[in-house]
Write a protein that binds this ligand. Structure first.
Ligand SMILES: [Fe+2]
Length: 353
């Protein structure tokens, strides 16, 4: 299938398999690199920071065969693709306790197993506080270094389930999240086994899970992409422009901030500002208004207070913002005649530090 055909499947089914992203030699190199880092860090789940010194991990990140489809997906929404979160790589195999006989005994899953043993969820609702429009335009890439089997360790998806998640029409501002039982009853629950070197792309609103495994290894790289204009919706996990040094130049366009100049970001000179109009002067107070400036640009936030990224100054502080101005209480001396917008907190966040 060419990238247009792959896009069509992603739009219709909510997922698509991209075969042969890595060739046989590249798979071997990536496995070796992964094992080196497993030894070094004594962990089977490794972060991007732990992996980025390995050439093969950089090679698999924003790989052109993935990006051909992801770019097409974002342009479908009139958006540009950006790497918003790199989840590193992990092995979900049972390496130490691996038993070949046990693997051979894995014969298949009943319909009940498919419903009850896969850990069904959609990433859109798992991500804290993101707007619906963010999950609509978000896609995750799983790049496999080992094969999986329908009866052993495969990703599983409820085909087309992303169509059941929406926030328009009669539902208005209140996003509609499909009932789990309704969804599992009405979508095909399809295991998606892959060859080593292949990738699965799936949409954040697509329901999915993973089937139990007795494989010795199930190593994979996990990368999340979103629309560039919504980069800051995914608070706290973002990949910034200062990753440029780790990725080759042709991939820089997938890092946020490229067009605004790397140098400033790398030195941490850029300051993001958050204005919050609170109900009172307490940090835990609810808020009446919010505006956010990131990288010199005002961010588009929802008109619906429920969808604001923070619901109190304290919540913003807990997410890494620092208060640089507390409300001026002198303006509030006369309770009968409040001035302006009441209690305004101003917070900052510096990037690249
Ligand atoms: Fe997930």
């Amino acid at each position: 299938m060419n990238s247009d055909q792959l896009l069509v499947r992603l739009l219709i089914d909510g997922y698509v398999v991209i075969p042969d992203v890595l060739d046989a030699d590249e798979i071997v190199e990536a496995r070796e690199a992964f094992e080196r880092k497993v030894k070094e860090h004594k962990a089977h789940g490794l972060s991007w920071v732990q992996l980025r010194s390995e050439e093969s991990m950089v090679y698999g990140t924003c790989h052109p065969k993935l990006m051909a489809v992801i770019d097409a997906f974002e342009s479908y929404y009139d958006q540009e693709a950006i790497l918003c979160c790199h989840n590193g790589a992990r092995d979900a195999g049972v390496r130490e306790s691996y038993d070949e006989a046990e693997e051979a005994r894995m014969t298949g899953f009943s319909a009940d197993d498919l419903r009850n043993r896969a850990g069904w969820h959609d990433d859109g609702t798992v991500l804290k506080g993101v707007r619906d429009v963010f999950s609509t335009t978000s896609v995750t890439a799983l790049l496999y270094l080992d094969p999986t089997y329908a009866h052993n360790g495969a990703f599983i998806t409820a085909v087309g389930s992303h169509h059941l998640h929406f926030s328009f029409g009669t539902r208005g501002d209140k996003p509609y999240y499909p009932d789990r039982a309704l969804l599992l009853d009405n979508c095909e629950l399809r295991p998606v086994p892959v060859e080593a070197g292949s990738a699965i792309l799936f949409r954040a609103q697509s329901w999915h899970g993973v089937l139990p495994t007795h494989l010795k290894h199930r190593r994979l790289l996990v990368q999340c992409f979103c629309a560039k204009s919504m980069f800051y919706e995914m608070h706290g996990h973002n990949v910034f422009a200062n990753e440029a040094a780790n990725l080759p130049e042709e991939k820089h366009r997938y890092l946020y901030g490229e067009e605004d100049g790397w140098a400033k970001q790398k030195t941490g000179a850029l300051q993001d500002i958050l204005y919050m109009q609170a109900e009172n002067s307490s940090l835990g107070s609810g808020i009446l208004g919010i505006s956010m400036w990131v990288n010199g640009k005002k961010q588009e936030l929802s008109g619906n207070p429920k969808e604001w990224p923070y619901h109190s100054p304290l919540a913003a502080i807990n997410d890494g913002w620092r208060v640089i101005q507390f409300p001026n209480l002198a303006l509030l001396m006369n309770e009968e005649n409040p001035q302006g917008l009441g209690c305004e907190f101003i917070l900052e966040r510096r990037r690249g530090e």
